[in-house]
Design a protein. Structure first.
Length: 392
């Protein structure tokens, strides 16, 4: 396959996993808890990783998707999990033991922070949360027992961008592993493993699947690390089921086209709204006003399909009116789907923080996070402009 371009490979990776000649053109779906094994010799072969016996340990649809994710993220191997959190928790449990220390960005997905605080700390793992855009602070917080650096490529909802290469160098200098959550960006924009990260985790629920119809996750890295994650996954039962794996692999065939169109729409929407008098600020890495615009230009292919807009007026009534007035765009607690959706961090993802903590992060009541879809961009711009008239 390697002689082919990415767009071509995207259509074929993971296809025809059994190698038989008479397979259907679409990928077959293996809805079965177990496989028949001929005799003890064949069972030995299966136990050595050469085949399929029981769904929790291996399933052809999961293997096919894992192979495609390994290709896309540029790793040596992958496991496919039941959701992004299953991938994140499996990866972290694989890397730490009691007495270890994690250095983590402070602007992570809320449940990732909760897992570190409520589960890992309970088992004797220390975690320090810091602003990973300030590399000197990260360096100063390294301890002799620091085993993991953990970050996301682009933060939610302020869209800050971290320097993955610098973090990889810093983590390796102290013998730690760098884990990067690539959910907001996907391998269309950046491959953290190419920049030195050791493990990349994804919520495939979002852009990778892109159709808002299932939850899934992935862990990708070296053969050695993924083997450890796999052994743990078999015990924890964090595997994705066959149908979910089938759905996500089907969606991957159009990943490049979807994400490129979404990124293009996001850049145009950001530019169209930036100077709108009813909006105080538009946050998107494509804008020169973004604090890491230069880093994003160097590190990423494209600027992403996630942006935030900040209303100057912080009235709840007007926010409700704005949300009701939008015709195409809906409020949904997800992102990365083919349709544009919005979220309101103050009352959802960041609702548990104090007013002061939110202010420190820059999250105000007027902030709306937008996951940009594949609509005709002029329709999208018009929808936002018309709904913004409630602020006039
Ligand atoms: C959604 C999300 C997750 C969690 O994924 P699930 O599939 O919902 O478990 C993790 N990280 C980021 C950045 C996310 O957006």
């Amino acid at each position: 396959m390697n002689q082919y371009a990415r767009q071509t490979q995207l259509l074929y990776q993971g296809h025809r996993i059994s190698g038989k000649m008479d397979e259907p053109e679409a990928d077959a779906l293996y809805l079965t808890s177990a496989f028949n094994v001929k005799d003890l010799d064949e069972m030995d072969f299966v136990y050595d990783g050469g085949g399929f016996a029981y769904n929790r340990t291996n399933n052809p649809n999961r293997t096919a998707l894992a192979n495609a994710m390994t290709y896309l993220e540029g790793g040596e191997d992958s496991i496919i999990c039941g959701c992004g959190m299953a991938a994140i928790t499996t990866a972290l449990l694989m890397l730490v033991k009691p007495g270890d220390h994690i250095l983590s960005d402070m602007t992570l997905y809320g449940e990732t922070i909760d897992f570190m605080k409520m589960v890992l700390e309970k088992f004797g793992v220390e975690v320090t949360f810091l602003d990973f855009t300030r590399l000197e602070q990260v360096r100063a917080a390294i301890r002799p027992n620091t085993k993991v650096f953990y970050t996301e490529t682009v933060s939610n909802p302020m869209m800050t961008v971290v320097d993955i290469r610098a973090l990889a160098e810093m983590s390796h200098a102290c013998g730690a592993k760098l884990v990067v959550d690539n959910t907001f960006t996907t391998s269309v924009m950046v491959r953290p493993l190419d920049l030195g990260a050791d493990v990349v985790v994804n919520s495939l629920t979002k852009f990778y699947n892109g159709h808002s119809d299932c939850l899934a996750g992935s862990v990708t890295g070296s053969k050695e690390l993924v083997k450890k994650a796999y052994d743990l996954q078999v015990l924890l039962g964090t595997n994705a089921d066959a149908f979910t794996s089938w759905l996500v692999l089907r969606s991957l065939r159009t990943l490049d086209m979807r994400v490129k169109k979404q990124m293009d729409n996001a850049q145009k929407l950001a530019a169209a709204l930036e100077h709108d008098p009813r909006i105080a600020r538009v946050i998107h890495p494509s804008l020169a006003s973004h604090p890491q615009h230069k880093l994003a230009s160097e590190q990423f292919h494209g600027y992403g399909a996630m942006l935030s807009i900040v209303m100057a007026d912080e009235s709840r009534e007007k926010m409700n009116a704005f949300m009701r007035r939008l015709d195409l765009v809906r409020y949904a607690m997800t992102l990365g789907g083919f349709r544009t959706t919005i979220a309101h961090p103050t009352t959802s993802s960041h609702g548990d923080l104090s007013e002061e903590e939110r202010r420190k992060l820059g999250i105000t009541f007027g902030l709306v996070r937008v996951s940009v879809g594949m609509e005709d961009v002029e329709d999208l711009i018009r929808d936002f402009r018309e709904a913004l008239s409630v602020y006039d």
